[in-house]
Design a protein around this ligand. Structure first.
Ligand code: NAP
Ligand code: MG
Length: 496
């Protein structure tokens, strides 16, 4: 039977999460014993004091990862065995569904129903998806003359530093861990300071599943301390990063200043949804509302700009508001809640500040706009729509990362396209139309890593995820993600 809010609250009270670092297969505090508090944005309460690791701990973790890589227990394991262990890891994640979902919801404030139905299952599916490649991925033999044999082999890079954000902590960890581990690398994972608990638990489950000690290390801490030390470390071969464009730029600098480690970046977005005059407005409205309000708008690929034909705008907005009214804002442990808390008080103030800025810059408030559920002690903002947003203003150009939709009118298809592409970002985009020719024209011309036609957020492990332009480079998900975590080696043999 489905659990009630009271059940979840009782479980939350009993929860004693592991909050130490996992280094070389052992849980330990930071070397200097310092901790930081992870606070729940649901109600402002302390969940746990977490090991505040810094450069010394990162160095221990990198040393452990390097040693595990050099011994080859993981890297040189028979492929079916590595597959078995990764599949067991995925099974452990599935078996830990309620516990992981609760950790995730407490740490980041997302609805428990989403953690249960989406975040945790997607995490397990991702690990299992990559596990299957272990004994199915073939290398190549290049065309040569009969006296030569040229093997083109894929080899693991070595030690991977993975630095991840707080909006989908488990899923994004899995997007890095699945292909990196499958390829035989060792990993040091630095979760966001707001959401360390799920990542630590993942490390524990991997160890229980048989991933050898040192192959997956989880080191919580601050970005400027642990994160920077990892990205600058001279013995890390690659940093795989998901987070803001601003910190993504630092990753490239750290790589250049240190050992020219490889860098893969999944960064921010300001994804446009174009609605042409002939679109199915009912279907469009449903997806437009969910595209911005799902996960409280804290999705890198949120559909945060609506670019709408002037002739249908008022009808469409009325529909979007009708759908938004069904996306219940509430306590994240209440199973009927569809929109929960923002990540922390600072971020909530930033989102509210953007709403104010938008209004000062001439936008009109069409929905929401205020802080909500103040008495909870948590961080909640209403589903918000800003209409008549001028394309040059900050709310049209900058990533707000909250439940705020910016609406701009377009006269026709070509103006809509021009506005849509007028951005430093290029993570995702959508076009709504019944005209197949227009759909084709617009989807070809949109500059984004994913373009949806008459839908939004549809995705699977089988399709790559990532951005154009300042939304980053490199792809998560799909077989393409494996390329990032491997290098090609040619072994050329001549027969005499
Ligand atoms: P963030 O501030 O860039 O932080 C991301 C990670 O980097 C965190 O672990 C953070 O640690 C760490 N970090 C911060 N400063 C650092 C530094 N100087 N050196 C090394 N590491 C550092 O991003 P966020 O606020 O957590 O997440 C939101 C952003 O992520 C948004 O821009 C969103 O669009 C983006 N995102 C992109 C994707 C994608 O796939 N394209 C997916 C999800 C989110 P601390 O937590 O300790 O600061
Ligand atoms: Mg937290």
């Amino acid at each position: 039977m489905a659990r009630s809010r009271a059940d979840w609250e009782a479980l939350a009270r009993e929860l004693r999460p592991e909050a130490r670092a996992l280094i070389n297969g052992e849980f330990r505090q930071a070397r200097d014993g310092r901790t930081f508090d992870t606070i729940s944005p649901i109600d402002g309460r302390l969940i746990a004091a977490v090991a505040r690791c810094d450069a010394a701990d990162i160095d221990d973790a990198v040393t452990a990862a390097r040693a595990s890589f050099e011994t080859g227990h993981w890297r040189q394991m028979e492929p079916p065995e590595r597959k078995r262990i990764l599949l067991r890891f995925a099974e452990q994640v599935r078996a830990d569904l309620e516990h992981l979902a609760l950790l995730e919801t407490l740490d980041v404030g997302k609805p428990i129903q989403d953690s249960l139905a989406s975040d945790v299952p997607s995490t397990a599916n991702c690990i299992a998806y990559y596990a299957e490649f272990a004994d199915k991925l073939y290398d190549e033999i290049a065309p040569t003359g009969p006296k030569d044999l040229a093997l083109i082999r894929r080899e693991p890079l070595g030690v991977i530093g993975a630095i991840i954000p707080w909006n989908y902590p488990l899923v994004i960890a899995a997007w890095k861990l699945g292909p990196a581990l499958l390829a035989g690398n060792s990993v040091v994972l630095k979760p966001a300071e707001q959401s360390p608990l799920g990542a630590i638990r993942l490390g524990e489950l991997a160890l229980q599943a048989g991933v050898p000690p040192g192959v997956l290390n989880v080191v919580p801490g601050y970005g400027e301390e642990a994160g920077q030390a990892l990205a600058r470390h001279p013995d890390v071969d690659m940093v795989t990063f998901t987070g803001s464009t601003q910190v993504g730029k630092l990753m490239m600098r750290y790589a250049g200043d240190s050992n020219l480690k490889r860098v893969a970046l999944e960064l921010g977005g300001k994804s446009p949804q174009i609605v042409l005059r002939d679109a199915d407005l009912g279907a469009a409205a449903t997806d437009i509302a969910w595209a911005i309000f799902y996960n409280q708008g804290e999705s890198c690929n949120a559909g945060s700009r609506l670019i709408c034909d002037a002739g249908i705008k008022s009808e469409l907005l009325a529909e979007v508001k009708r759908v938004a009214a069904t996306i219940t804002l509430g306590h994240p442990l209440d199973p009927s809640t569809k929109m929960g808390a923002l990540i922390d008080a600072g971020h909530m103030q930033r989102v509210l500040g953007y709403i104010d800025t938008g209004l000062r810059e001439g936008a009109e408030l069409a929905l929401g706009g205020r802080q909500a559920l103040r008495e909870s002690g948590g961080c909640y903002v209403e589903a918000t729509i800003l209409d008549r947003v001028k394309p040059s203003t900050r709310v049209a150009r900058e990533e707000i990362f909250g439940p705020v939709l910016a609406v701009t009118e377009a006269r026709d298809e070509s103006e809509a396209l021009r506005l849509a592409n007028d951005s430093i970002f290029g993570l995702a985009a959508a076009v709504w139309t019944r005209d197949m020719d227009a759909a084709h024209r617009v989807s070809n011309a949109l500059r984004a890593g994913t373009v949806w036609v008459n839908t939004y957020f549809k995705s699977a492990m089988t399709t790559p995820f990532g951005g154009f332009r300042q939304s980053g480079f490199g792809r998560d998900r799909s077989p393409h993600a494996i390329e990032k975590y491997t290098d090609l080696k040619t072994i050329w043999t001549t027969y005499r």
